[in-house]
Design a protein around this ligand. Sequence first.
Ligand code: NAG
Ligand code: NAG
Ligand code: NAG
Length: 554
Amino acid sequence: MFLVSRISLRGIFFTLLATLSLLYFMHFYGILQSERVDIMVDKVSQVKIPWTYGTSIGDSFRNSELTLTNHKRQQAVRNAMQHAWAGYKTHAFGKDELQPISKGGNVRWGDWAISLIDSLDTLKLMEMEEEYLEAKEFVRSMDFGRVTSGYMTQVFEMTIRALGGLLGAYELDEDPMLLKKAREVADVLAVAFEGSLVGLPVSYVDVNMKKPVPTAQVCIAEAGTIQLEFKKLSQLTGDPKYRKIVERASDVLETATKYHSGLYPMYLNTVNGQYDHSASLSIGAGADSFYEYQLKQYILHDKAEEKYKDQYVASVEAVKAKLVAKSDSGLLYLGQWRNNMTVFVREMEHLACFYPGLMALGAQVLDRPQDLTVAEELARTCYLSYKTTATGLGPETFSFSEPGQLPPAIDDISDDILPVAAPLGYPKIFQPNKYGITPVDTRYILRPETVESLFILYRVTDDPKYQEWGWDIFNAIEKHTKAEVGYAAYVNVHDVNSTGNWIDSMESFFMAETLKYLYLLFSPTDLISLDEFVLSTEAHPFRIIKNNETVLAD
Ligand SMILES: *[C@@H]1O[C@H](CO)[C@@H](O)[C@H](O)[C@H]1NC(C)=O
Ligand SMILES: *[C@@H]1O[C@H](CO)[C@@H](O)[C@H](O)[C@H]1NC(C)=O
Ligand SMILES: *[C@@H]1O[C@H](CO)[C@@H](O)[C@H](O)[C@H]1NC(C)=O
């Protein structure tokens, strides 16, 4: 869902390992020749799923003690949000992000108060009414026609955080001011479509000059994760133009030549609309939420558009057949292919940990119980990536190299901007733990994807184990990342010396997503019922547009 951190990380990683890279490379190819990649064969197990969800039915058979526990846990999450918000309000109000260690604020996103906007619906859901109203007053005063001088706005990031944040708050509150501001943001970002003749958005716009910044390539997450936000805006404003531009982008992604059905190379050329076939086939950074929006576009329009269902079914089948692998320790994980499916990398990103939740949602909505077993296994791997570290926090990337082997070489390097300052002296190469999980990037930057999957799996299966797992993760977050002011990203999840590991960064997704998903995990299931809402990739709740409100032909 967030591609920038990952790209920069790879740059840093590569630099530090440059001297080892040749050795790696030879070693890695040796591994590939001698070992067959153990791709999971889908064993359909006929799990009985309670096919009702998002209602209070699940609550009736939970005993009152558990309800009380959940209520206490939910309040603990709310207290965490109050602490995070208080830090932001005191030290960074109106800035993009709180810097929890230096106790200041940054304008990393061009000075659009991005943490404040991204948090609006979380404040509303948690009934932090005073804070919500104060934040909303700030939004009223904002001018989205300008950014910090010289700043190039990332269209994907600002669509999911700013446009999505305003729309999510509007869905819960219906204040017309929020919709007006959402439209201002969309009009500024839509300029990106003027940068490509084939109907793709380019990655950046110059907001102050109202011009696209031409880029040769765009990744599928950028071109394919703006659809929910723009379509929702069309529904709410009655103006079809937003929906039309993003539908065209979806069509380009679909019609360009692909060699592996259901899997899409990470990059497309913005001039000819064709894929770069040497790019990764992956569920991680640069690709992730594109796959998410295939299913969620289908849900948003209340199952009216079959083509998105077909696209999701093709991709989930391909993911199960080609990307889900089994480690020697028996854990399922999501690896990635490079170079037109000739090199398999046994490495999973924290970002890819949203996918088990997506599969579970698809299992529910499309009546595909055969996906649920795989979803549950993948979620367990993501949980174990937390559970098996000294802090209980999960690493940014982990691999399944065998003991004594080095992690696979990292070969897709980008000089993209650096959102989080990389700590010096990192990374170290660690021995795999008993599950064979080898940390590659040891940071935990307060990301949501694992708790997101636990939330959806809980809603779909009603299995309280997912609440227990989420509670474990929440406690690790409290214990190790809670600073005097706000919460801080973490350098090394294997080192329990918290203060020595803090990074001066609290990304907006911590309040927008991580804390929201944890809160919803312990809520009665009619709060943001998944029968009524679809959550955007940034966890903003959009009401499902019922069939009889859908006007698709114009
Ligand atoms: C990619 O692989 C497919 C199938 O293996 C093959 O048909 C195709 O020609 C390859 N494309 C390129 C550009 O290498
Ligand atoms: C923890 O890290 C801090 C900051 O680097 C350092 O001053 C302190 O001595 C460390 N504590 C322990 C117990 O290692
Ligand atoms: C759509 O259907 C729902 C449920 O039947 C109904 O409540 C609603 O008023 C209808 N909306 C329109 C625009 O006809």
